[in-house]
Design a protein around this ligand. Structure first.
Ligand code: HEC
Length: 104
């Protein structure tokens, strides 16, 4: 006999996995989004800061900066950032990518 409760538990677990993955942010997707939208101004992986915009490695490694505050910034970027229309998930992914640049 199949244990129905086990099946239900399994179904719940399977439903929760994608939700958890989405809130944690996917750095690989973040990198892809960054290459599409952000490299025009930002050095997204190197060490340099161009005249135009801060490099992300220096943002990630700035001890004064709380990287979790980047979510709020990216929801409503201020000038001179362009008025990006990023979805919540895109923001999670981009912040996840920026966090990977932090020196351990
Ligand atoms: C048109 C040029 C331009 C593009 C495109 C751009 N940015 Fe920026 N960004 C800037 C500039 C300039 C600053 C510095 C703003 C400041 O210091 O006030 C900045 C600052 C930032 C910061 C630091 C915010 C802070 O708290 O100081 C982050 C994070 C950031 N950008 C992320 C992104 C992401 C993610 C994308 C792509 C989705 C992107 N930017 C696309 C120009 C750009």
């Amino acid at each position: 006999m199949v244990d129905v409760r086990k099946l239900i538990a399994l179904a719940i677990v399977l439903l929760l996995i994608p939700a958890a993955a989405a809130t944690a942010g996917d750095a690989k997707r973040g990198l892809m989004l960054a290459k599409q939208w952000c490299t025009e101004c930002h050095d997204i992986s190197g060490h340099t800061t161009s005249d135009q915009a801060p490099g992300w490695r220096s943002i990630a490694n700035d001890p004064e900066r709380d990287l979790d505050k980047l979510h709020a910034f990216l929801q409503k970027p201020r000038q001179p950032m362009p008025p990006l229309q990023l979805s919540k998930i895109e923001i999670e992914d981009l912040v996840a990518y920026i966090k990977t640049l932090k020196a351990k």
